[in-house]
Design a protein around this ligand. Structure first.
Ligand SMILES: [Zn+2]
Length: 475
């Protein structure tokens, strides 16, 4: 009562002081809860549920881009699996999704030295029409370089973007490189280009091109856009280095169909005395179509479901409700998380802590967060419980992922067991995203890290404070 009066009078600044002041009590986890974390660690490192889930999803469903038959099959799969794992309140939430169809694509250099190359249309690209597009190409590094060209330089040409993505453990190279894929096509179209080819946003030197969403602007014509693998982009650069005009031929049957129905799939482990507060474990269920969506994001589906299952199987009863949400269509417009937020607008504040798993199959190498700074000591305690899993302590600038964006912008604290992204962009959004890319040992370690941090997040004896600072735009 005294605390309530104190808060009412003094506002959020003093609320922060209050939680620091109460450090001896509200910031300390109960001994049995820390012991339970140890139990989760022992059981998690030996539990193969997550592997079984991702094996099943990639084998029995496979590719599942928004609106496709695989998407509907994935929703049915997830509901069935959550039920058979014994999750509570298993349900689906209808989501309308865009329905883009890749069709077929072909790419060829016509001159100076003719040869075909494997290519993928970027997600959302229009097709070329039956005749395809033939034109001379202009090579530029990125959108800034394109915009610096003399007027008319790319009119009636094909633009080839060459910038190469940098390999990093935290995935930051992707954020720096992906602008070409998202904004390059419209930037080129606004200058009169007929088509776009990009170097894949990829760190691999194999010959699998990478797809992913583009975003057309309303004020530019919609032109077709494709990606070449790194070695083919290198080869095309060598053709340009000849100094001779480079002519290309593009062809694809990509097209939009009317919007389709998909769904978010939700399951829970209900809380006890603080059941109204939700600890959210989110990941997206959809995938791009060239592969079977093993690392993106079958692994994330398996990690969130596996973590909840681990806590439940250990016989633990969390104080707060732990909720798994498998979001529809993250890849082509985050339809599922936006629908979830719209439907839960009145209850957004009940989401007191969020986790997202959408960065591969691990291992977890670092614990980052985005919490009210006064509560960093709580994250430190969770970190100590995770330490035997061999993590580093990260900073407080985690954003969660794309599907947590809306709730994070409303101030929901985020805990981020960061998955190692060193090799993630070797296979992300390519035909090479298969089960063979997942290491079962790393996957078990990841599930264990998520389970322990979600469990302790649900048991925290204090109140998870909102994060006041606006969330930076996501990478
Ligand atoms: Zn993803």
């Amino acid at each position: 009562m005294r605390t309530i009066k104190f808060l009412l009078i003094a506002g959020s600044l003093l609320a922060t002081l209050s939680s620091v002041h109460g450090a001896d009590k509200s910031l300390t986890f109960a001994k049995p809860d820390l012991n339970a974390a140890k139990t989760l660690r022992e059981r998690g490192l030996a539990d193969n549920t997550a592997w079984r889930l991702v094996e099943s999803l990639t084998t029995e469903v496979g590719p599942r881009s928004a609106g496709s038959p695989g998407d509907a099959a994935a929703v049915a799969w997830a509901k069935r699996e959550m039920q058979s794992l014994g999750f509570a309140n298993v349900r689906t939430m209808d989501v309308t999704v865009p329905h883009w169809v890749r069709g077929d694509a072909q790419f060829a250099v016509l001159s100076p030295w003719p040869q075909p190359m494997p290519v993928l249309a970027l997600g959302g690209s229009v097709g070329t029409g039956a005749e395809g597009i033939e034109a001379e190409a202009v090579m530029v590094r990125d959108v800034a370089a394109l915009n610096a060209l003399p007027a008319g330089a790319v009119k009636d040409h094909i633009v080839f973007f060459t910038n190469r993505m940098e390999r990093t453990q935290d995935g930051s190279g992707y954020g720096k490189a992906v602008g070409v894929r998202v904004a390059g096509p419209s930037a080129a179209a606004a200058l009169g280009a007929l088509g776009v080819v990009i170097r894949s946003i990829s760190t691999s030197d194999d010959r699998f091109p990478h797809t992913g969403a583009l975003r057309y602007r309303d004020d530019a014509p919609r032109i077709p856009a494709f990606a070449l693998s790194n070695p083919d982009a290198d080869a095309l650069e060598r053709q340009f280095a000849s100094g001779k005009p480079v002519r290309l031929r593009l062809w694809s049957t990509s097209r939009d169909l009317p919007p389709a129905r998909s769904a978010n799939v939700i399951g829970e482990l209900p809380g006890t005395d603080r059941a109204a507060e939700i600890v959210l474990l989110g990941g997206h269920l959809d995938s791009w179509d060239p592969g079977v969506g093993a690392i993106d994001n079958g692994a994330g589906v398996a990690i969130t479901m596996g973590a909840l299952h681990l806590i439940q199987q250990a016989g633990l009863k969390p104080r707060r409700t732990i909720r798994v949400v498998l979001f529809a269509n993250e890849e082509f417009g985050t339809s599922g998380s936006r629908a979830y937020l719209a439907e839960n607008q009145a209850e957004a504040d009940r989401h007191v802590l969020g986790f997202e798993s959408d960065f591969g199959a691990g291992p977890v190498w670092r614990l980052s967060s985005r919490v009210n700074p006064a509560q960093l000591p709580v994250v430190d305690q969770i970190f100590r419980a995770l330490a035997p899993l061999k993590l580093a302590r990260g900073g407080n600038e985690a954003g969660g992922g794309a599907d947590l964006d809306g709730l994070a912008k409303l101030g929901m604290p985020v805990l981020s067991p960061d998955l190692d992204g060193t090799k993630y962009f070797d296979v992300h959004h390519t035909a090479n995203d298969t089960l063979a890319q997942i290491d079962p040992v790393a996957l078990r370690q990841s599930v264990t890290a998520y389970a322990i941090s979600a469990w302790l997040g649900a048991q925290y004896p204090g109140t998870w404070e909102k994060v006041a600072t606006p969330k930076a735009p996501r990478r």
